[in-house]
Design a protein around this ligand. Sequence first.
Ligand SMILES: *[C@@H]1O[C@H](CO)[C@@H](O)[C@H](O)[C@H]1NC(C)=O
Ligand SMILES: *[C@@H]1O[C@H](CO)[C@@H](O)[C@H](O)[C@H]1NC(C)=O
Ligand SMILES: *[C@@H]1O[C@H](CO)[C@@H](O)[C@H](O)[C@H]1NC(C)=O
Ligand SMILES: *[C@@H]1O[C@H](CO)[C@@H](O)[C@H](O)[C@H]1NC(C)=O
Ligand SMILES: *[C@@H]1O[C@H](CO)[C@@H](O)[C@H](O)[C@H]1NC(C)=O
Ligand SMILES: *[C@@H]1O[C@H](CO)[C@@H](O)[C@H](O)[C@H]1NC(C)=O
Ligand SMILES: *[C@@H]1O[C@H](CO)[C@@H](O)[C@H](O)[C@H]1NC(C)=O
Ligand SMILES: *[C@@H]1O[C@H](CO)[C@@H](O)[C@H](O)[C@H]1NC(C)=O
Ligand SMILES: *[C@@H]1O[C@H](CO)[C@@H](O)[C@H](O)[C@H]1NC(C)=O
Ligand SMILES: *[C@@H]1O[C@H](CO)[C@@H](O)[C@H](O)[C@H]1NC(C)=O
Ligand SMILES: *[C@@H]1O[C@H](CO)[C@@H](O)[C@H](O)[C@H]1NC(C)=O
Ligand SMILES: *[C@@H]1O[C@H](CO)[C@@H](O)[C@H](O)[C@H]1NC(C)=O
Length: 825
Amino acid sequence: MAFPRTKCLSPLLLLPFFALLHANLSSAADTISANSSLSGNQNITSSGGNFVLGFFKPGNSSNRYYVGIWYGKVSLLTSVWVANREIPITDPATAELKISADGNLVLLNQSKAIIWSTNVTASSNSTVAVISDSGNLQLRDESNVSRVYWQSFDFPTDTWLPGGKIGLNKLTNENQRLTNWKNSDNPAPGIFSLEIDPKGTSQYFVIWNMTKSYWSSGTWNGQIFSGVPEMTANYIYDFEYVSNASENYFTYSVKDKNVISRFVMDVSGQIKQYTWLDNMQQWILFWSQPRQQCQVYSYCGSFGSCNEISQPYCNCVQGFSAKSQSDWDLGDQSAGCTRNTPLQCGRSSNSSNSEKDKFLTMSSMKPPVNPNTLAGVGSSEACELACLNNCSCTAYSYSSGGCSVWYEDLLDLQDQYNGSNASTLRLRLAASELQSSDSSKGKVTWIIVASVAAAIACVAIIWLVIWRRRSRRMIQETKAVGGALVPFRYSDLQHATKNFSDKLGSGGFGSVFKGSLPDSTVFAVKKLEGVRQGEKQFRSEVSTIGTIQHVNLVRLLGFCSEGTRKLLVYEFMPKGSLDTQLFHSPSTALDWKTRYQIAIGTARGLAYLHEQCRDCIIHCDIKPENILLDDSFVPKVADFGLAKLMGRDFSRVLTTMRGTRGYLAPEWITGVAITAKADVYSYGMTLMEIVSGRRNLEQTEEGGTGFFPTLVASKLIEGDVESLLDQRLGGEANMEELERACKVACWCIQDDESSRPTMGHVVQVLEGFLEVNMPPIPRSLRVISETSENINFFYNFSSNPSSQTRSATSSSSNTKSSTSNSSGA
Ligand SMILES: *[C@@H]1O[C@H](CO)[C@@H](O)[C@H](O)[C@H]1NC(C)=O
Ligand SMILES: *[C@@H]1O[C@H](CO)[C@@H](O)[C@H](O)[C@H]1NC(C)=O
Ligand SMILES: *[C@@H]1O[C@H](CO)[C@@H](O)[C@H](O)[C@H]1NC(C)=O
Ligand SMILES: *[C@@H]1O[C@H](CO)[C@@H](O)[C@H](O)[C@H]1NC(C)=O
Ligand SMILES: *[C@@H]1O[C@H](CO)[C@@H](O)[C@H](O)[C@H]1NC(C)=O
Ligand SMILES: *[C@@H]1O[C@H](CO)[C@@H](O)[C@H](O)[C@H]1NC(C)=O
Ligand SMILES: *[C@@H]1O[C@H](CO)[C@@H](O)[C@H](O)[C@H]1NC(C)=O
Ligand SMILES: *[C@@H]1O[C@H](CO)[C@@H](O)[C@H](O)[C@H]1NC(C)=O
Ligand SMILES: *[C@@H]1O[C@H](CO)[C@@H](O)[C@H](O)[C@H]1NC(C)=O
Ligand SMILES: *[C@@H]1O[C@H](CO)[C@@H](O)[C@H](O)[C@H]1NC(C)=O
Ligand SMILES: *[C@@H]1O[C@H](CO)[C@@H](O)[C@H](O)[C@H]1NC(C)=O
Ligand SMILES: *[C@@H]1O[C@H](CO)[C@@H](O)[C@H](O)[C@H]1NC(C)=O
């Protein structure tokens, strides 16, 4: 209870928490000494208020308390270190964190038993524990600050803070690794960890169960990790690698001290980097690896199968159920699944259902790990027999490559898998598990089939009659209201989309389905997820979006709002999204002319949103997935206005998006206010992908450490833009347009938002009515070349008089955003 200077502290303790943080407290508030200890809701706070040490209760855990360190200036309780990870305390009021007689910091439970200790030999008779503003808890000599016996930075849990180390002590062979929490409520060590290569190379690995590495950073070259080329665009961190006779370690610092940033080994088995966005009161995820959830080794445990494109990611395969449903519900699938019905094999065959085991066919599977190839098995039947004959065989697969069988647990399964090694797996199950799909029952089956078919036909006829009536009404509704938005009934949309069966895609705001009417009107229905707005506000927001019409914006036709069911009905775009055209259809690469038109059209749509609507609309999520193409490849920007519609939830959308956010402007990460220039940045990144036909982040083959935007910046200076063009085009492009596109894209991705052009300017440049200077290499991309900074975007207008007229008209309609603020010269 007793702080050293209780008298001085007590009036301050009455103040609200935030006042306490900023108050200039005596140094004792960050210290536990021989005389003071912590229990209950007592805590110590670092001198600048950045970190707090005390008892906390994670997530929804009912009465399990832990001693931990969390952020003092972040409103969501976010722990960065936990002392007693595995042994919780039930009642913090009677527990005690104190300096013991031998100088260690110890945690005593209710019955005064030591359940955690720093466990060092301190040669001083007066040690103190001090929490620093970097989040490090040190046990040190009271009179000599540099005599440190123990520090929490040497024993990280799941979080790597700036200044902390991930490393290997070569003398003691101790590995300082991050280990994930078992689940969101339980800080006990999970099965995934991040550690530096124990063999001594300068890279780190993400590891499953201390044995199997499933991601590696690649080696450190002094500036970046070879497997993480996007680090060249990492404007917030400085990494450092130290290697000498006694240790190897990585550490990092944050360039801007005001940025609150953390690096965690997440419950999901992915490493993630977040920054705190104070104006949104949210952690923003801006980098994670492995990019896809299913790339995490054995994420769903044994006999669990991962599916990248549906939620939840993990399901037990047929015939199995979760070993521990409560763990699964909390996001920990590592225990996997168990068989519902034991196999017949191995049991004596006198039980009544002694039918032989059967095999379930599972297509498009990623093959489980550790296959055993049986040589000389020449047919599928022989392969099946070989598996049947060994009771520990749980699956087989037969293909031109031969016969593979698996023994015991199947690990790292993935379904709906489209990789080149996708195969058809036959899973061994007890015969009773497969009874329903058994069709060898002769006549009885046929009678059942016939009567079911008759029943279905009856229902279908009735349904058809109703459907016709409904759709006639829907056609009337759609047409009657003309330009205004149509309010749809949920049941009508359900019918028109065949109960949401034809999924076109899914984005941050929800999934999109194709719907059609009998008169062959086709449309797209977006089912919004997580709308928190009230009915009235939702309708007014939607009707605002409905009034925004432009040839380069996807038109909203109608909506449905019934309780929590919120849907938006849009015009249908037959050519799908730009990413499919650019990245997923290698046979038919878009020609240069089409690409250039797509670039201009998208820029026009955005310029309209930014400059010509009544309220400036910031899209917030420009990327190829959100640019849709109509029949003649006219681009239309989708999802505009939704950031606002979803309100605060938008930040949730950002953080739950999968993979690396290559399109996010730095201000999203550093936490300054977001303006339309954030869209300009994302547009620039997208434009580079339109030029190259590949993802910016994937372009590592030729360019060495080639983060594509870096390559663009340097090739522009070298005057070699042709090498940036999509190789599928074989050099077929208008070189002047290509150069213009690359220049303007490079201007768009400048770190400083005031150096970026407006979308209106981008349109004019692409149309050729405005000339641009050579762009400087964005600061964040500048690794080697240190060219002098030149941030003048414009130097002259084109001499073509007609173009001057045009640019004059178009800028005069941009009443709100003036031209001068970004030109600067
Ligand atoms: C502990 O408290 C006693 C008096 O209560 C004081 O004399 C002593 O200096 C304190 N020791 C420490 C280490 O604060
Ligand atoms: C720290 O402790 C004080 C009282 O001891 C309490 O009012 C305050 O809420 C605590 N702070 C945190 C972050 O728990
Ligand atoms: C805690 O429980 C609430 C409601 O049951 C749920 O919405 C929330 O996601 C849970 N939080 C965690 C961290 O599990
Ligand atoms: C305190 O810890 C000891 C040793 O771990 C244990 O035996 C005892 O049951 C614990 N007491 C309580 C109340 O949890
Ligand atoms: C302290 O360390 C010793 C060996 O190094 C170990 O046996 C003991 O369990 C540890 N005690 C605690 C409380 O962690
Ligand atoms: C600590 O030990 C030193 C000498 O070993 C002694 O002078 C000093 O009084 C001791 N301090 C306390 C608080 O016991
Ligand atoms: C403080 O501790 C350091 C490290 O143990 C030691 O080198 C130094 O001499 C000590 N200073 C004093 C004044 O005792
Ligand atoms: C992890 O490894 C340990 C021992 O190496 C083993 O007992 C345990 O079953 C493994 N965990 C899983 C989920 O496979
Ligand atoms: C290794 O480097 C660390 C950090 O720079 C330093 O503290 C340590 O003394 C060095 N060890 C050796 C043997 O050079
Ligand atoms: C393969 O699947 C992944 C997700 O599982 C998806 O992103 C990708 O587009 C698919 N590729 C093809 C060619 O269908
Ligand atoms: C099979 O029969 C033997 C004796 O005939 C009996 O002991 C055993 O329990 C039976 N097993 C099963 C699974 O019914
Ligand atoms: C089944 O296969 C396993 C693994 O190869 C082998 O150890 C075992 O002996 C086999 N059992 C039989 C009955 O062949």
